[in-house]
Ligand binder design. Structure first.
Ligand SMILES: *[C@@H]1O[C@H](CO)[C@@H](O)[C@H](O)[C@H]1NC(C)=O
Ligand SMILES: *[C@@H]1O[C@H](CO)[C@@H](O)[C@H](O)[C@H]1NC(C)=O
Length: 366
């Protein structure tokens, strides 16, 4: 008995330690990070080729929403759904490593700029069943386009990073394209059996580990940006166009989807200094109140942020005083960005629907 007691006591202590780190609030429980071996992140690199095929009898990309303005040279508002093969080499006949599934939308009025929303579903070897999610801005005629990786599953759990896309081949007649994707991911370096998996990954054809210091992933910076977002539905040159109508008889416009290429300015007036554009879409996703799903890339054109983007994906109950939405990724200066934005309506015209919204953005990035 005397020997059992200390054992029991230590178990009670362990139990208490656990119950402290595993606090439960109904459906949510706080977990111990170390227990899940989420200790050290490691940067790794993958290279693969993405094949977008419109032509032939087995297209992998199909147009699902047409551009609402017939005279738009950029097909502003058009959406294509894709199930594109990802291969190890540039030839479609080379080894299939996965599929890129999702959609892209023309979210720019005056340039060829797509919003890409895709999951890369890997099907090869140890990565079979793992996925990463890419959501970003793709100016398809630029030699190199960077887009954020905003998350992952399986071996890519908690992944953050970015991809670099370079067109390898493009057929202007059919629209078919082969694009080289270089993927840079920060993945948790997980000990025990995953350790072995990761190390063997270094030698794997399309994957290798990298030195983070070379990539400047040392210390995160915290940046606040204040800007004004202009959503213009009226006039002959709207920056927001309806691409999917709402369902009938909905007081909240449930189902509506608008594509946007909204100016971002320094001050509340549209004539103030242009800082960039918010490209993407919003959709009415609430039946009880006006609540939008927002998916936008803030693309900056001024100063040190010129060419950099960050991505906002969140819920916007537009008639609330302050709406908060997550920043889920970024490119350029904003690589690996995380954060949030707070949106406050500055001006709203009930008749036209035109709105000016103040955005305060709080972003952690490298
Ligand atoms: C990948 O996993 C699926 C489902 O578990 C399996 O059917 C398929 O054969 C696997 N593919 C490869 C190449 O290992
Ligand atoms: C497109 O057509 C509308 C009228 O149908 C016109 O007001 C607008 O200026 C045109 N836009 C472009 C880019 O040509």
């Amino acid at each position: 008995m005397a020997r059992v007691f200390p054992l029991l006591a230590s178990q009670i202590i362990i139990f208490f330690l656990f119950s402290f780190s595993n606090q439960s609030y109904g459906y949510a429980t706080t977990l111990d990070k170390n227990f899940f071996r989420l200790k050290e992140e490691k940067l790794s690199h993958f290279r693969l080729y993405w094949h977008d095929i419109y032509s032939g009898s087995n297209p992998t990309a199909v147009a699902v929403v047409a551009a609402p303005q017939k005279n738009s040279s950029t097909l502003f508002g058009a959406i294509s759904m894709i199930d594109d093969p990802l291969t190890e080499g540039p030839e479609l006949s080379s080894k299939l490593v996965g599929k890129a599934q999702g959609f892209y939308a023309s979210a720019a009025r005056d340039e060829n700029g797509l919003m890409m929303v895709m999951n890369f579903a890997f099907m090869e070897g140890k990565y079979n069943g793992s996925t990463i999610s890419v959501l970003g801005r793709n100016k398809v005629f630029s030699p190199m386009r960077e887009m954020p990786v905003i998350g992952g599953s399986g071996l890519f759990r908690f992944a953050r990073g970015y991809v670099e896309a370079r067109t390898h081949k493009f057929d202007a007649t059919t629209g078919d394209a082969t694009v080289e994707y270089n993927i840079y991911l920060n993945i948790f370096f997980i000990f025990s059996f995953f350790f072995i998996i990761f190390i063997s990954g270094e030698a794997h054809g399309f994957a290798k580990a990298l030195d983070e210091k070379l990539f400047g992933l040392n210390e995160e910076k915290f940046t606040h940006l204040r800007l004004f977002w202009h959503d213009i539905l009226s006039g002959t040159s709207p920056t927001a166009v309806q691409v999917v109508p709402p369902v009938a008889n909905s007081s909240t416009a449930f189902g509506l989807m608008n594509m946007i290429d909204d100016p971002l300015t320094e001050g509340p007036e549209l004539s103030s200094k242009m800082l960039g554009r918010a490209q993407g879409f919003y959709a009415a996703a609430s039946q009880q109140e006006v609540g939008l799903l927002m998916a936008m890339n803030f693309a900056f054109i001024k100063g040190k942020y010129n060419g950099s983007t960050f991505t906002v994906l969140g819920r916007n109950t537009v008639f609330s005083k302050v709406r908060e939405m997550p920043v889920i990724g970024g490119t350029g200066v904003f690589r690996f960005a995380r954060g949030y934005v707070q949106a406050k309506t500055y001006k709203f015209d009930q008749n036209s629907g035109d709105a000016t919204v103040e955005y305060n953005c709080y972003v952690l990035h490298y």
